[in-house]
Design a protein around this ligand. Structure first.
Ligand code: GTP
Ligand code: SPV
Ligand code: MN
Length: 598
């Protein structure tokens, strides 16, 4: 096939990889609907996808992955900077030359019998000055179809790239060549765990991924490009690439503010971004649900764009009750992965809000569900165009971005961290971001669910360089001359009683907290200064139904003993990991907090 570009660097790269990987065909994607349909059809033909009921769920498909390939694999994810010190203590590192040697051997012939797809894509609106162009090579039709939904794909990207434009090469293979006459025959193709590599070469701005077809391991525009590589570019260029949702919040008077929020994987970003407020007259609209790129505007404010084009959201727990906008988004044109299949050829998952219809339910492993284990994998997901969200904000594709008034940090913390508190200053906010912790979720394969781990800024698995330098970068951002900085808040929707009951109903009721945050940004909120930061007065938040006055008090009191344990852990276990690179400003914040609690 003739190639649709005159970009020599791109042509040479595709030629080199074709020689190495030895695919049966090469196909350049143009981004058309017909092309998407053909990609999906090829997966249906290979027995990898089930078309759902065309009336109930038009143009939607269910995929079941291999049970060993169901989430990101953090222990097989590498930041291969030239020096190990640049990767820092929280990233896996292999010498880049050595890693390339190992992976080149794996890539040799890895696409035999398959089609090599070349996917030119833009993170951010095509042609906008803040957008970044990537080109993914993949042998996975599933990944290619998902990239169609999650990024802006096709010829218009090549036009912008032109003859000598820059792009980020993103090489991906599932690592399962086909022998002559062999087909996938219903078996999700992937390589064993010890052959999987999700590798980043930050100095070269290059991504090499091998062996996995799932989510962030395979859709390379997302975590690999828009976070790990972009975070390095952001450090070098003075901006921020963050694991954050972006939402537009409008009060009863019609005044709007934009909020960004960083919560670790599967800790509520999609849900908050699409929230339907229970506070009468307030409105939330979605700008993005996972990633924010933030740059200073001429007026000194931080402007955020969502570089993505779709949502790759967690299915379990999503219902008409908890997230009606997500439920409406996935009514059609949706790829479902690892959810359950009902007897009427529709999808089902735990927490969808209704029982499956009579007849057999097929679980995510393709077996008749015995009700002993979840029918849907806890990290099962939907892939859907952002434009299908009924609450999508009119500004969501504005290349200028939206001005951010507040930044929220949070995680799943059953105790200690109150429902909401506000940082006393930018550096105190950076301190709060740096100590974010959460109960581990199913979003990564190799972590033990239920344990609490520190996940600073919700970026632990996504920072492409030394996290100590990352903290310093955030401190630097706060020193920018003329900056009109967002206010920083720490929220926790996940407090539980000793007996394990949720203290806070969450979801739409989180709008009560958003309202206070809006008022704090507006200078009209009712607040008190406490040892840990600024908090709402007891009458500043209305308790939702089911939350007693005592519950609300517990949610909003400073747990002095809990915080002392928190400080001790940060001092002894967390901060020492970063050694010399831990900014002195953060040690000072820790000491200040400790002194106030004495
Ligand atoms: P990633 O896509 O992995 O980055 O996750 P995310 O941060 O977008 O998480 P998401 O909004 O998909 O939520 C993950 C899980 O948390 C789902 O099962 C939700 O139902 C649940 N969840 C979200 N918000 C709340 C909340 O306010 N309270 C409670 N209890 N659960 C919530
Ligand atoms: C996450 O794990 O934070 C996700 C899903 O958003 S993935 O795209 O697989 O990284
Ligand atoms: Mn995420």
């Amino acid at each position: 096939m003739t190639s649709p570009t005159a970009n020599q660097k791109l042509l040479k790269w595709v030629e080199d990889i074709t020689k190495l990987a030895k695919p049966a065909n090469v196909e350049w994607l143009n981004g058309s609907k017909a092309e998407y349909d053909a990609l999906i059809q090829s997966t249906v033909d290979a027995g990898l996808a089930t078309p759902l009921d065309p009336i109930k769920r038009p143009n939607s498909f269910l995929f079941r992955s291999d049970p060993t390939d169901v989430a990101r694999v953090e222990n097989r994810t590498y930041i291969a900077s030239k020096s190990q010190d640049d990767a820092g203590p929280t990233n896996n590192w292999i010498n880049p030359d050595e890693l390339k040697k190992t992976m080149t051997a794996l890539y040799d012939g890895c696409m035999a019998g398959r089609t090599l797809y070349v996917i030119p894509f833009s993170m951010g609106p095509v042609g906008s000055p803040i957008a970044k162009i990537g080109v993914q090579i993949t042998d996975s039709a599933y990944a290619a179809a998902n990239m169609h939904v999650m990024t802006r794909v096709g010829n218009k990207v090549l036009e912008v790239l032109g003859k000598d434009g820059e792009f980020i090469p993103c090489l991906h293979s599932i690592g399962k060549p086909l022998a002559p006459g062999e087909s996938d025959n219903g078996q999700w193709p992937s390589a064993p765990l010890d052959k999987k590599y999700i590798s980043h070469f930050p100095e070269e701005r290059t991504i090499w991924s091998y062996g996995s077809g799932y989510g962030g391991n395979a859709l390379l525009g997302k975590k690999c490009l828009a976070l790990r590589i972009a975070s390095v570019q952001a450090r070098d260029e003075g901006w921020l690439a963050e694991h954050m949702l972006i939402l537009k919040l409008t009060n009863t008077a019609g005044k709007s503010k934009f909020v960004a929020a960083a919560f670790p994987s599967a800790c509520g970003k999609t849900n908050l971004a699409m929230l339907v407020p229970t506070v009468p007259g307030w409105k939330v609209e979605t700008v993005g649900d996972d990633i924010a790129w933030m740059k200073f505007g001429k007026d000194g404010q931080l402007y955020a764009i969502n570089p993505e084009f779709g949502f790759f959201g967690v299915a379990p727990g999503t219902s008409v009750q908890s997230n009606p906008n997500a439920m409406k988004s996935v009514e059609s044109n949706t790829i479902f992965t690892n959810v359950a299949l009902t007897s009427d050829n529709d999808v089902w998952w735990e927490g969808i809000g209704y029982d499956p219809p009579a007849g057999d339910v097929i679980d995510w492993k393709g077996k008749v569900w015995d009700k002993k284990e979840p029918a849907a994998h806890p990290n099962s997901r939907f892939t859907v165009p952002a434009s299908q969200c009924p609450a999508i904000a009119p500004e969501w594709q504005d290349p200028a971005g939206v001005p951010i008034s507040a930044i929220l940090f949070g995680g799943r913390r059953p105790s200690t961290i109150p429902l909401v508190h506000q940082a006393r200053s930018w550096n105190h906010g950076v301190f709060l971001g740096s100590i974010v912790g959460s109960e581990v979720t199913a979003a990564a394969l190799d972590l033990k669910a239920g344990t609490v781990r520190r996940d600073p800024f919700a970026m632990l698995p996504f920072c492409g360089y030394h996290m100590g330098d990352y903290f310093k970068h955030w401190i630097q951002i706060g020193k920018k001359e003329g900056a009109v900085l967002p206010k920083i808040f720490f929220v926790n929707w996940f407090r539980k009683t000793q007996e394990g009951r949720w203290l806070w109903p969450g979801y739409g009721e989180n709008s009560r907290v958003l309202k206070w945050i809006f008022e704090q940004c507006d200078g009209t909120g009712k607040f008190v200064e406490t040892e840990i930061g600024i908090m709402p007065t007891p009458d500043a938040l209305d308790a939702p139904a089911g939350v007693t006055a005592d519950d609300l008090k517990e949610l909003l009191t400073v747990d002095r003993e809990g915080w002392k344990r928190e400080i001790a852990d940060v001092r002894a276990e967390h901060y020492p990991k970063f050694g010399e690179k831990l900014p002195k400003e953060l040690w000072a914040e820790l000491e200040g907090l400790e002194a106030r609690l004495k």
